[in-house]
Design a protein around this ligand. Structure first.
Ligand SMILES: Cc1cc2nc3c(=O)[nH]c(=O)nc-3n(C[C@H](O)[C@H](O)[C@H](O)COP(=O)(O)O)c2cc1C
Length: 194
C-alpha cells in the first residue's frame, strides 16, 4: 500500500449521523451531528461538538441538556434535512414528521421514531476552535423494547442503524465478528469444524 501524506484534517469514519434534540422551553429543536461519541464508560459520558453559529448552540448552552437520538435507515432523510435547515427558520419536527416524546430525566423532547436516545446533562463546554465540545453525562437511556431479546440482551443490530462516512450515508453491512472474537477458541460446528 503506497500512501500520500496530507496535513492534519478531521477525517474519520464511520461516525453516527445523530439527531440531537434540545429545548429552552420556548423552542424545541433538532439538528444533525456527526462529531459525537462516547468518552467514558463509568460515569457514562458523551460529547457533541457544535459550531457556535448553530441555532441549537445557545439552546443547549442555556438549558444544559440535550438528547442524542440514533438515526436509522428510515430516519436518514430526516437527519440530512435537520442538518441543512435551521430551527431559526422552520420547525424541523413538523417538516420531517418527527414525533416528540418526553424524556424521563431531562426537559427536552426525544424522537419517538429513534430506537435509542441518550438523555444528556452538560458537564462542561470546551472551546476547541471551529466547534465547542459539550461534554455531558448520560443520565438516562430510552430504548425500543422490541430490541430487547428473550435473554434481556439489547439487539442494536436489529435496529437498522445508519452510518455517515466522509459526506455519505450508509446502512451497516454484515456482521464480521464480536467483542473478543479474535482471541476466542473456534467453536466446533454441529456437523464438524468450520
Ligand atoms: C450528517 C451531518 C452531520 C453534521 N454534523 C455536525 C456537527 O457535528 N456539528 C455541528 O455543529 N454541525 C453539524 N452539522 C450541521 C448542522 O446540523 C446544521 O448546521 C444544522 O442546520 C444546525 O441546525 P440549527 O441551526 O437548527 O441548530 C451536520 C450536518 C449533517 C448533515
Amino acid at each position: 500500500m503506497s500512501k500520500i501524506k496530507w496535513k492534519g484534517g478531521a477525517l474519520t469514519a464511520p461516525v453516527p449521523p445523530a439527531l440531537i434534540t434540545c429545548s429552552d422551553g420556548e423552542h424545541d429543536n433538532v439538528f444533525a451531528v456527526a462529531w459525537t461519541g462516547i468518552t467514558c464508560t463509568q460515569p457514562p459520558k458523551t460529547y457533541i461538538s457544535v459550531r457556535p453559529s448553530r441555532f441549537s448552540y445557545d439552546i443547549i448552552k442555556n438549558s444544559g441538556v440535550f438528547a442524542v437520538n440514533l438515526t436509522t435507515e428510515q430516519l436518514v432523510r430526516a437527519a440530512d434535512t435537520c442538518g441543512v435547515r435551521s430551527g431559526r427558520d422552520v420547525d424541523k419536527f413538523q417538516l420531517c414528521s418527527l414525533t416528540k416524546e418526553p424524556a424521563f430525566h431531562i426537559d427536552c423532547p426525544l424522537i419517538a421514531e429513534s430506537p435509542l436516545s441518550l438523555e444528556c446533562r452538560v458537564d462542561r463546554i470546551i472551546n476547541l476552535g471551529s466547534h465547542d465540545m459539550f461534554l455531558a453525562d448520560i443520565v438516562g437511556v430510552s430504548v425500543d423494547e422490541e430490541l430487547i431479546d428473550k435473554t434481556g440482551k439489547l439487539r442494536l443490530d436489529k435496529a437498522g442503524i445508519a452510518a455517515y462516512s466522509h459526506g455519505e450515508y450508509f446502512a451497516l453491512g454484515r456482521k464480521l465478528g464480536w467483542f473478543g472474537f479474535s482471541v476466542c477458541k473456534k467453536k466446533k460446528h454441529k456437523h464438524g469444524k468450520r
